[in-house]
Unconditional design. Sequence first.
Lengths: 654, 287, 184
Amino acid sequence: MRIGVFICHCGTNISGVVDVVKLAESISHYPGVVISKENKYMCSDPGQNLIKSAVKEYNLDRIVVASCTPKLHENTFRACLEDLGLNPYMLEIANIREQCSWVHSDNPELATKKAEDLIKMAIARVRFAKELTCSKVTIERRALVIGGGVAGIQSALDIANAGYHVTLVERTPSIGGRMAQLDKTFPTLDCSACILTPKMVEANRHHLIKILTYSEVEEVSGFVGSFEVTIRMKSRSVEMKKCTGCGMCQSKCPVKVDSEFDEGLSKRRAIYMPFPQAVPNIPVIDRANCRYFLEKKCGVCKKVCPSDAIDYDQEDTILKEKFGSITIATGFDLFDHSAYGEYGYGKLKNVITSIQYERLVNSSGPTGGHIIRPSDGKEAKKVAFISCVGSRDNKMGKPYCSKVCCMYTAKHALLLKEHVPDAEAYIFYIDIRAAGKNYEEFVYRVQENYRVKYIRGRVSKIFEEGDNLIVRGFDTLSGESIEMEFDLVVLAVGVIPRKDSDSFARMLNISLDANHFVGELHPKLAPVEKNTPGIFLSGSCQYPRDIPESVAMAGAAAVKSLSLFAKEFLTSEPMISEVNTSICTGCLNCKNICPYRAINEEEIKDLDGKIRIVAKVNETICRGCGTCVASCPSQCINLKGVSNEQILAAIEAL
Amino acid sequence: MEYSYYPGCSLKSSSKDYAESVKQVSDKLGITLIELSNWACCGASVSHIPEESLSLALPALTIAEADKYSRDIVASCAACFNRLKSTHLLLGKYPEKKIETEKLIGKNLSVKINVKHFLEVLFEEVKDWDSIIIKKLKGLKVACYYGCLLTRPNDMIKDGKSEDPRMMDNLMEKLGAASIDWPFKTECCGTSFGLSKPEVVLKLSGRILRSAKKSGAECIVVACPLCHSNLDLRQSQIEKYNNLKFDLPVFYFPELAALALGIDYRNLLLDKHIVDPMPLLRRKDLI
Amino acid sequence: MIRNGISQTLALEIEKRTKINVFGCYQCGKCSAGCVFSYLMDTPPHLLMRLIQLDMREKALSSNTFWGCGACVTCSFRCPREIDVLRVINTVRSIAIEERVLSRNNSLKDVPIFNEIFMNNIIGNEHVNEFLLGANFNLKSLKFFKDISLLPVLYKKDKLTARKKASTRNIKKIVEGLKGNNGI
């Protein structure tokens, strides 16, 4: 066993505190250490060359590098060994920067002593280092995208345009998502539907994209490169192959229920397409409200359908498919303002939400673009827009900024002035957050050209006086109390995670952040990846996102899938746990505790022919976290590269 | 059920009518209110008291007194109720404040007994009003006025909707009255500014009376002697100040409960009201 | 003009007394918007919070916010940052009283007079004697004829008599105990 120790100065980061020259000298006498050297920057080319020539010269078979955290340069030094034809895992790092020089700068002497101890422990560990190898895993080169809003559609298109199969699963009867509901988009005032529908059509036409609407992902197992996914295609009660989308059924259906697409501002039928440009252009029967399903009466749609497409007996279809990657693009829900007692507990008729206003102002919306108030259909001449309803509000459990409201509220006020030129628009805000290309300029325009009155102060109370609303606010800039009468109040309700995000996360076995959005792997450097390899994020499932950000994320997530698919095969992580089956008692504590669901049970035959159950680690799923090792009562699980004997040896070296 | 009763200062002087109606109703319903023998003023409002330790010590005196009997404390004045309950909550939340207060009053505090308003007691104790009501308050349109201290901070009376409380409204509806929906249920009446800066009360209580009138109320129902004094005693001043005519009788909620329970109105000291409620009650055939 | 940086002595004092961290306030103004008394104040609640954050002690202590406050709890109850604004206001008043800082605005001068009479009233009686409270207030505030028109009515309706003087003197003891500590 021939060990080399290489100690880094890290400029003066380490050597300014730790006496590295003395350290190199004393370590060189340590048993098993053949050579010990120091260098200004071990990670630099000269530093690496120093290691390489020492390995050759002294015929070393394993090395210790004493430097910064292994998170930064472990791979650098592994590659160094690989270049020399050695197994890259014959390496140990002693972290004498973060764990020593940085935190003990006040006591150089003891710091040097501690650095020596850390290096001794690393030497003890490297003695027991074993050569580790990666195994190869095949890749299913097909992507699953969950959620058919603009983020999901774009991600699907980007992957499919690169030549891979994509399945796009959407819960509602049509793709399009929130963007389909919007009127204009800020700051360009493009018609939202006009720029979205071409993408919807393109996705629908694409020969590599399979769109499953009215469908939900029910179960996911497996791992990167080979996820096994169960999808439930809810029965539409309409045969998709026969239906021509003529719309006869929905014009004759006698049942009327609140339209989800119009946010309750209009009625849809029990058999319906959510909006005219729906993709696919095929209706579904909402069985919970259909008279045929409730009372076994009616059947009008079946009678009037010219292509005999109605099928009341259709059943849900369960689809099981394999995918190499999964992109989550499940979008967001909106804050329910009935939590605000001071804003009327959601009971005031002429207080509406921002998304309802989008439908109201839309020329193909329920009022044909007339901004009228729900109570009496009168045109709204004086409208208050209130920001931060369910955002930046700890009392409501929503401490974060929903990010898009400042901009859409400015747009709403502008649209009011466009639709009703003599109307007055007031925006009650706390801060105007307009960080985006041409966003700030857009707000200027709304203030200067459209003369929308911005009032800096949160509204404390909204109440009815007759049909009108009284808004009690305060302009914190002038110190003036405000109590004004309005025809209509629009609440900029915050963006919140999908209400079923908890159960969704459990199904996918992924983590959520403190606000229950889907958490990313790294907030700066891996914003579209999950800690589970092969699962990527797009759009507002991660945090409130506007359209350009969602589209950019969609592309980024697609690239992550594509770089996966471009590989010939995947290599598995070698530092994973292994079970010593000869002493495993089959208690399966490890299976239950494993956060990656990487452990299963296996039947093995003993020498005497008896069958017994033991734990088996799936090498491709295991991430080497070590939780199972700690949980094993018979100590039969070991983590390769960080084995029990290595840890004990390190402790003994102290 | 038995409770320790904390009437508070006002019920002993300006609001003897309130005290009487509480007594009549609890007697009728078999609710035993045992007045604490050694109670002290709660301080009425934190804004009267120069420092927090004192504003906690005053209610703590009464809480300590009630501790002796380990019965829940009932107050019928909203301010008394709020001071007692707020103190109770704060001392429970901050142990060092409790120690400080105990030192100050020279007594130990258990912080275990509950503090309740008489409205809550009525609400909890009587499950079936229909069987005991003699005379339904049919056709009487009431505006239930809770004031600030019954519902704030959050859920002081366990109602669930502090911005639009329903407890008194539900009680009135059970008694057969029609409670109107109005937006000033929990707006402040101006509190003790009646003495130190009367215009405040004339303005704020004026808005309350205006809103109640506009919403179609024939009378106002309150649960606080100071609210009553501001809305009833000062109503003529308010009318003059705002150049409006209200003529809205102001009842304490137990007074209306008493009428519905068949208690003779002559036992109720209704003649202490400044805005004469008799014409309205006669009109509605309630007396 | 702020020249030499901003310290935080007042904020720390308030934090020590109440455990409230005033730096959580982002001046959204909801407290001032909901305050029915804000029109009386030279410094509405959100601005008082700002003065504390900027450690503008003189301005904060000589404001009349705490004399205009009716303690209706709306500010604390609706605060989106869950700050007990009312407790902050009361604490600033306590400090102002301790340090004998006078209000720079005279419009609410009768409120401290009322408070003092109220305190004396309950120290003397163990409970409030409303008649004495009103009478003494009129004397002290030189408003001899205030509410005089109400008097006959109050007398006739027996609203002036009060509970008999209590035998205990607990409130007096507490106040004397406090005076021994730091004086009020």
